[in-house]
Write a protein that binds this ligand. Structure first.
Ligand code: GLU
Ligand code: ASP
Length: 495
C-alpha cells in the first residue's frame, strides 16, 4: 500500500496556476464532462416535448419535465456505485476513464435519430458513466494535495470554476447548434466534448497525476468477491426481469417508474444515515455530528429542488413564456442555462473574499444554509410578479429569469461549496470514501422529489406554483435559522 505521502510526492506539485499539475488534468476532464452534461440538458428538455415536425419526440411537457428530473436524480444516485467501484475494485483513475467512455457513448447514441427507446438507452449510459466519473474526479482533487497543504481549498475553488466554465459555454455551443440546425447535431457535439475530455485525461494523466488514484484503497477480499458478485448478479437479474415484465404487461408506466425513483431518492439517504449511525465504527461524537448533518442535508435537498428547476420548469418558461426577441435580436431559449454558471463564475470570487475578510466572524454553516434557502425561495417568489402582471398569458421580459437565476446563485454560493466541506467534516471517518457520493445524494433526492413536483406545474397557476415552493423554502430557512445554535452545538467543535 502506498502512503499518502508517497502519492503526493509523485504528483508534480506546481505548474498549473500555482497548483499541482494534476489539477490541470482534473480541471479539464471535468470541464469537458460538464460541458457535455449541461450542453445535453440545455436541449434535451426541448427535444423531448417539441412536436415531431419540429424535430422533437412529441412528449407532453409534464412528462418531459419529470423525465429530466428522474434522469438528474439517477445521474447523482449512481455516484454511490462509482465511489464503491473505485474504492474496492478499480481505483479512481480507471473508474473515471470508463465513466468517460460510457458518457461519450451515451451522447453519441443521441446523435442519430432513434426515438424514445434510444433516448432511454442513452440515458442509461450517461447515468452509469456519470456515476463512475463525477464523484471520483472530485475526490481525486483532494488526493493530489498533502494533508497540510493550504492550497487545497483554492484548488477546489479552481476546480469548481472549471465545472461552471464548462456549464457556461455548453448552452452557447450545443444549445445554438441544437436549436438552429437539429437536436442530434447538438447531442453529437456534447459527445465530442466528452471525447476531448477523455483525450486530455489519457494524454496527461501519467505525467501530471503520478500515482494518485491508481491504488485500490480497500480491495475486495477474494472470499468477498464471490459473494458480492453473486448477489449483484441476482439483483441485476431480478431488476431486468421485473423491468421487462413490467413493460410487456404495461404495468411499468412512466408514472410508476418516476414514483419508484422518488421513493428510492428518499429511501437511499435514509438507509445510508441509519447504517452510518448504527455502525460500530462510528464514535459518539460522530453520531452527534451525523444528527447535526440531517437538517443540513434536508436544507440542501430543498435548495437543489429549486436550483435544478432552472433546467426544467424555468427552461420551458424561457421557451414559452418569455419575450425572446430583444430589439430585433432573437435569443435562444437554451442560452438561459448559461445564466447560472455565469453568475457562479462572477460571484464566487466575491464570496471567497468576503469569507476571507470576515474570518472567524463569518456565519456558521447552518446559518449559511438558512440564508441560502431564503435566496432560493426569493428566486421563485419573484417569478410571481410576471405571473401576476401577465395574467399567465402575455410574454414576459427575459429580465425576470435573469433576476431569478441571479438570486438562486447567491443561495448556491452559500450552500454548494460549504456543503461539500461540511459533509467531509461531519461524516464518520469510516465512511470517508463515500463522502462525495453522500453529498451528491442531496441533488439526487431533490430531483427525485422534483419528478413529482414538476407535474404540479401543469395543473396549478404559475402564481401558485412559484409562490408555494418559494414560501416553503423560506419557511424552512427560518426553521434552520432558529435551530442553528442547536445544530452548531451538535457538530461538536466543527463549524
Ligand atoms: N452544479 C454542480 C456540478 O455540476 C453541483 C452539482 C450538485 O451538487 O448538484 O458539479
Ligand atoms: N452551478 C452548477 C454547478 O455548479 C452548474 C449549472 O447549474 O449550470 O455546476
Amino acid at each position: 500500500m502506498l502512503s499518502k505521502d508517497e502519492i503526493v510526492k509523485s504528483v508534480p506539485q506546481t505548474g498549473f496556476v500555482g497548483q499541482p499539475k494534476g489539477l490541470f488534468t482534473l480541471f479539464f476532464t471535468e470541464f469537458w464532462e460538464r460541458f457535455s452534461y449541461y450542453g445535453m440538458r440545455a436541449i434535451l428538455i426541448f427535444f423531448m416535448y417539441y412536436e415531431l415536425h419540429e424535430g422533437g419526440l412529441g412528449l407532453d411537457r409534464g412528462t418531459a419535465n419529470s423525465i429530466m428530473a428522474i434522469y438528474g436524480s439517477l445521474v447523482y444516485m449512481s455516484g454511490i456505485i462509482g465511489g464503491w467501484i473505485a474504492d474496492r475494485i478499480l481505483g479512481t483513475r480507471k473508474t473515471i476513464f470508463y465513466g468517460g467512455v460510457f458518457i461519450m457513448i451515451g451522447h453519441a447514441l443521441l446523435a442519430f435519430p432513434g426515438g424514445v427507446t434510444m433516448l432511454f438507452i442513452s440515458m442509461a449510459f450517461i447515468v452509469i458513466g456519470t456515476g463512475l466519473l463525477k464523484s471520483n474526479v472530485s475526490s481525486l482533487v483532494g488526493d493530489i494535495y498533502a494533508d497540510t497543504d493550504n492550497r487545497r481549498d483554492a484548488g477546489f475553488s479552481i476546480f469548481y470554476m472549471g465545472i461552471n466554465m464548462g456549464a457556461f459555454i455548453a448552452p452557447f455551443v450545443v444549445g445554438t447548434i441544437g436549436q438552429t440546425y437539429n437536436f442530434h447535431l447538438g447531442f453529437g457535439l456534447a459527445g465530442i466534448g466528452m471525447l476531448i475530455g477523455l483525450i486530455v485525461f489519457k494524454v496527461t494523466e501519467k505525467k501530471y497525476l503520478g500515482l494518485a488514484g491508481l491504488q485500490v484503497n480497500n480491495p475486495l477480499k477474494p472470499e468477498e468477491r464471490k459473494k458480492i458478485f453473486t448477489r449483484f448478479g441476482i439483483v441485476a437479474l431480478i431488476l431486468i426481469i421485473a423491468t421487462v415484465a413490467g413493460i410487456l404487461t404495461g404495468t411499468l408506466t412512466m408514472n410508476v417508474f418516476s414514483l419508484i425513483i422518488t421513493i428510492l431518492g428518499i429511501l437511499i439517504p435514509t438507509i445510508f444515515f441509519i447504517y452510518m449511525y448504527r455502525s460500530e465504527k462510528t464514535t459518539n461524537d460522530e453520531k452527534s455530528r451525523l444528527l447535526a448533518y440531517i437538517p443540513l442535508f434536508l436544507s440542501a435537498v430543498m435548495f437543489w429542488a429549486i436550483q435544478e428547476q432552472g433546467a426544467t420548469i424555468l427552461a420551458t418558461y424561457a421557451d414559452e413564456r418569455t419575450q425572446l426577441n430583444v430589439g430585433g435580436f432573437q435569443l435562444k431559449s437554451s442560452w438561459f442555462q448559461s445564466l447560472n454558471p455565469l453568475f457562479v463564475i462572477t460571484l464566487a470570487p466575491l464570496f471567497a473574499t468576503l469569507w476571507y475578510k470576515w474570518g472567524d466572524n463569518q456565519p456558521s454553516t447552518p446559518r449559511k444554509f438558512s440564508y441560502s434557502l431564503f435566496f432560493a425561495g426569493l428566486s421563485f417568489l419573484v417569478m410571481m410578479i410576471p405571473a401576476h402582471l401577465s395574467g399567465g398569458e402575455t410574454l414576459v421580459s427575459p429580465l425576470w429569469l435573469v433576476l431569478s437565476f441571479f438570486l438562486v446563485v447567491i443561495g448556491e454560493l452559500l450552500l454548494s461549496p460549504v456543503g461539500l466541506s461540511a459533509t467531509t467534516k461531519l461524516a464518520p471517518k469510516a465512511f470517508a470514501a463515500q463522502t462525495m457520493s453522500l453529498w451528491f445524494l442531496t441533488s439526487a433526492a431533490a430531483q427525485a422529489i422534483n419528478a413529482q413536483l414538476v407535474k404540479v406545474y401543469e395543473v396549478v397557476s404559475e402564481f401558485t406554483y412559484f409562490g408555494f415552493i418559494g414560501t416553503l423554502s423560506i419557511v424552512m430557512g427560518i426553521i434552520i435559522l432558529v435551530i442553528s445554535p442547536i445544530i452548531s452545538k451538535a457538530m461538536r467543535g466543527i463549524n
